[in-house]
Design a binder for this molecule. Structure first.
Ligand SMILES: NC(=O)c1ccc[n+]([C@@H]2O[C@H](COP(=O)([O-])OP(=O)(O)OC[C@H]3O[C@@H](n4cnc5c(N)ncnc54)[C@H](OP(=O)(O)O)[C@@H]3O)[C@@H](O)[C@H]2O)c1
Length: 213
């Protein structure tokens, strides 16, 4: 699949490397392609371009930028370049204020989520929340004791888009728990807070969530 990744940070680079490993083609979107020259040298086949060029390239788009600039970046990418495409939303609405006792602050409330805002502003894009509640080092084929598969909680309004994202999650070694429509992002996004607490309190960053049945 041709994947346009909006972002050049840790998440963009981890998911980009994973996609290349599994045979997909990747263009990273950034304001400054020179920033990722080292990564591009180490990851043959990938390219860097503007947000709009990366979005235009992707049959599937991944949004991997700071939550507070997500709307601006999608605007730069262009609503018409996103229309009809699955867009994996990895972002979290993390506020600029520091964590309190290891608990991050969000700029959304429990009756709203960043992904719902994005879906309202870009109705043509088919957003799927995924990868938002695990550290980038564990996003691609993570290894856990006993060979256990971790669970990725996803949501979004478009069933076909969620199927495409589920295919990538399979390749990346995750079991997928589909929690329904966009409103479920109100519950999924705060999992990022929960995931980060052991990290901030005890420097433990190597866990993931699993749904037991
Ligand atoms: N880090 C993790 O392990 C992790 C795990 C799960 C979810 N997440 C979420 O994933 C998203 C990406 O995280 P990250 O750690 O990879 O990177 P990040 O530091 O949160 O964001 C970096 C990206 O944001 C863009 N950006 C920052 N300010 C901008 C502005 N004013 N205008 C346009 N673009 C701007 C940068 O664009 P340029 O390339 O142009 O500089 C860069 O691509 C975040 O929402 C984060 O909460 C992160």
């Amino acid at each position: 699949m041709k994947v346009g990744i909006l972002g050049s940070g840790a998440v963009a680079q981890s998911l980009g490397a994973g996609l290349l490993k599994h045979g997909h083609s990747v263009v990273l979107g950034t304001r400054d392609p020179a920033k990722v020259s080292v990564w591009l040298n180490e990851h043959g086949g990938a390219k860097a371009a503007s947000f709009a060029e990366a979005a235009a390239f992707g049959e599937l788009v991944i949004l991997a930028v700071k939550g507070s600039v997500a709307v601006d970046v999608l605007r730069s990418a262009g609503a018409s370049e996103l229309a009809g495409k699955p867009v994996i939303d990895t972002t979290n609405p993390i506020a600029d204020a520091p964590p309190v006792n290891g608990v991050l602050k969000f700029f959304t409330s429990l009756d709203d989520s960043l992904m719902e805002r994005l879906q309202r502003d870009f109705p043509g894009a088919r957003f799927v929340k995924a990868f938002s509640s695990v550290g980038n080092a564990l996003m691609v084929n993570p290894k856990f004791g006993g060979g256990q598969k971790p669970t990725m909680f996803i949501c979004g309004n478009d069933e076909a888009a969620k199927q495409s994202v589920g295919g990538i999650l399979d390749q990346f070694g995750w079991e997928t728990a589909d929690l329904g429509k966009a409103e479920a992002a109100r519950a999924i996004e705060p999992l990022c807070m929960l995931w980060c607490i052991p990290g901030f309190l005890r420097n433990e960053w190597t866990h993931a969530f699993k749904l037991l049945r």
